[in-house]
Structures are given as structure tokens and as C-alpha cells.
Design a protein around this ligand. Sequence first.
Ligand code: UN1
Length: 495
Amino acid sequence: MQHFLNYINGEWRAAADGATFINRNPADRSDHIGSFPQSGSADVEAAVSAAKSAERAWKLLPAPARGDILRRAGDIFARRKTELAAIMTREMGKPVFETSGDIQEAIDTCYYSATEGRRLFGYNAPSELPNKMNLSFRMPVGICGIITAWNFPIAVPSWKIIPALVCGNTVIFKPSEESPHSANIFAEILHEAGLPAGVFNVVHGDGKAGSAMVDHPAIKLIGFTGSTETGTHIASLCGKANKKCSLEMGGKNAQIVMADADLELALEAVLWGAFGTAGQRCTATSRLILHRDIHDQFVAALKQKAAALRIGSGLSQETQMGPLINESQLAKVEKYVAIGKEEGARCVLGGERPSADELKAGCFFQPTIFCDVTPAMRIFQEEIFGPVLAVTVIDSFEEAVAVLNNSSYGLSSSIFTADVNQAFAAIRDLEAGITYINGPTIGAEAHMPFGGIKGTGNGHREGGWTVFEIFTEWKAVYVDFSGKLQRAQIDNYDD
Ligand code: UN1
């Protein structure tokens, strides 16, 4: 078993107190990937001091030169894609074609952010006074603490870390304990790309390390992806400490299928949306809203296709659906299946672990479909983060929209329809940060705003240029070249 370390000040270091944890392959729990530092406040302190020493030189490096380093990082991610995809699959389970896509999102983000180094636009506006010029600039925020989940071990961290760096911030990254090896490769790649020591640091560990980051006064911003419960707690602490805080949290995303839709296409979409990544995406399709006229035929076809999905280790080329991340996620999914049954929903497929002997060593669960689900049920309302799809029947477009919007979350949404008027009404009326027309709820692209409303987020958007709003502070600049004192609001108005 390998012993992995934290990455602080451009060096690999053990936790100050030597504590470690072991990470295991979710497809085979006897496969120990390695030991990683179980960090605490002393390690966060060391990373803060490295970031502080690196801060000034990094922010004074011209943004296009910072972008050049990140473009090189994109090239190295591309060079190491196959090797890294296998490492990611071994530690978090999803099939290699999915982990390759995960890395591609990081490559896209590197190239996009690299070019942003040549923009980072501010704006100017006329002054209300003569011989005076008004400008505005984006300034770095300072040391950013990034805390992320395991389901996108490279893409989601890259959405935060890469834009943060091009903006001239320094970063301390605490990855999930379930995907720490990927985080070390992230560090290796930035190191090889030429990022100066201390600009980017990785501190492994659990909530203790995360709390030490949230509590540290020198860390000026927390970027978090994870559960709504943890994110809301972090936001309250950041609120008290006047820290900037951007949150990407849970989802309970729905796909609507109207009677006139291309049903084959809608079927392929829901299979991918609900069972891709074994349903462990914040954008996963966990609710399917079917028009009554096509309900029975659609469910019958979906059952057949979902039952045929090949479950197994993501390292096998054959596999279409990998395992859940760990035993506690497996227990959570089992708990929700029991809740669904108790609530009176009809489990028409799956509902248990697969019986095959070769799957016994991993945290596998069958694709599961519940019918007769009503909005009052917990399986309709609560995020499960597993391959469990709740199907609800509707009679009209208006009802479909109302049912989709009946959620405390608002990340992704989708409608399959051939009616152009309904499609545009859906774009306007679906309460979500992302809406797909004739596409599944998953598949966000790196250069578009990513995030949600209601319980999903706190008003920020990653991706595209919107992410640069998170990682910069505005500075307004007034240049008075009149040679005299000009008092705004006073000297230009005679009362
Ligand atoms: C996530 O689940 O946290 O749109 C991110 C998608 C991916 C990103 C998902 N591109 O499903």
C-alpha cells in the first residue's frame, strides 16, 4: 500500500501529528489504495503560511502569464488522461469513460481560464465631473479554501481552483477523503506546469481539516461543493466571519416527458441521467415526470433497458454502472428504498444489492425504479444520491411544471417535448439553474454558468465567466486630472 502526503509549499509532507486514514476502492473493499494524512489545524496553519509567502509574487505576475501556467496544466491533464482516469475510477468507482469525461472538464476549464487571463474585464464609466476618469478592476480575494466532494474528483475542484488561480488568488484545497489520490495528481500537474511553491496546497483529511480552514481568519473565501446540510453550516460560519462563500449543494432533478416527445431519445436520456455515475451526481435525474398517455409504455421500456445495464468495476470496459462510494452511502440508499415502500410507492425494478458473487466485495446497488410516487413522499423530495428513480404521472404541461417545481432544490431540469411553445414556456417557468430541452439533466459544459437556486446554492455560479465574480473583488478607481478638489454630488449641482 502506498503512503501519500499533503502538498504544502511545493513539498510533500505528512500530517504534523503523523495521523493517517486509509482509502479503499468502492468496487472491491479489500483493495486498499493508500494511506493519506489525517490533517488538523497545524497542517492548515502550515498551508496558510505557505500561501501567505507566495501571495504577493503570484498576484503581481501578470494575469496572462498566470494563464500560461494553467494552459500548460491543461496540456498535462490531457497527456495524463488515461492514467489518471484509471486512478480516479479505482478510488471512486465510476467507469473509465466517465472519469475520462471528468478530466476533460478540467482540461476545458484550464484552457478557458487561461484565455481569461487575457480578459478579466473590468469596466469604465463616465465621471459626473469634468477631467475625471472612472475605472474598475478585478482584484484577487486572497487565500481561498476549496472543499469538494468525491463524485467529480478532478472536474469540480478544477471549476474552482483554476479560475481562482488565474485571478491571482492562492489556494488551499481539502479534497474529499474518498478521492484523495486524484487530488495529489492535481497537485503534481500544477507543480509540473510551473506553479510557484505555496500558491496551491493540498491538505487531506475529514471535517476537522475542513473546519480548520473555515475557521482560519487568513482564509478569505470558502468554495464548497457537497451536501446542503454541511454547506449551510459553512455559510453561517462564513457569514459571522465576513468571508466570501460560494456553495454548490444538493439537487433533486427531474426530467419531464410529454406525450408528443421522441420517446426513444427520452429513454436514452433518463437512463444516462438517472444511472450514470450510479446516480451520484448533484445533477442526476432522480425524478421522472411522465405524461399519463405514455406512462405505462415508457416505464415498461425503461425497466427493460435499466435491468440490462451492466454493473461492475468501472475499470472493466464492459461496465456501464459502477458501485456506490461506500457502505454508508449504500445504507442510505437502502434506507430510502425502505421508506419508498412504506410510503406506498411501487418498486418496479431493483431495490436491492445485485446477487452476483463477483459484486459482493463492492458497494454495488441495482438500478431502482419506483412508480406511483407523489410529491408528498420523501423519495420525491429528498436527495438520495444513488441509482433510484422516482416516477410521477401527470396529465398536462402545467401540472408537469408544477410537479417539477415542487422541490426544495433547484439545480437541473429537463423536458422532452416536440412542442416548441411548451419548450420555451419550460425555459421560462422551470425553477432551476439549468434547463435542458430534449436532453438529460446531466451534461453541463465548462464555459456555461453552473449552479442552482433554492436549497442548491447561495446565489453564485461556477463555470463560464460567472465564476470570476466569485474569485475576484471589485475595485473602483477615480482618477481626477483637473488639478483641483472636485466634490462629487456637491460641486456639480447648484442648490
Ligand atoms: C456534480 O455532480 O457535482 O453536468 C457536477 C454534469 C457534470 C457536472 C456534475 N458536467 O453532470
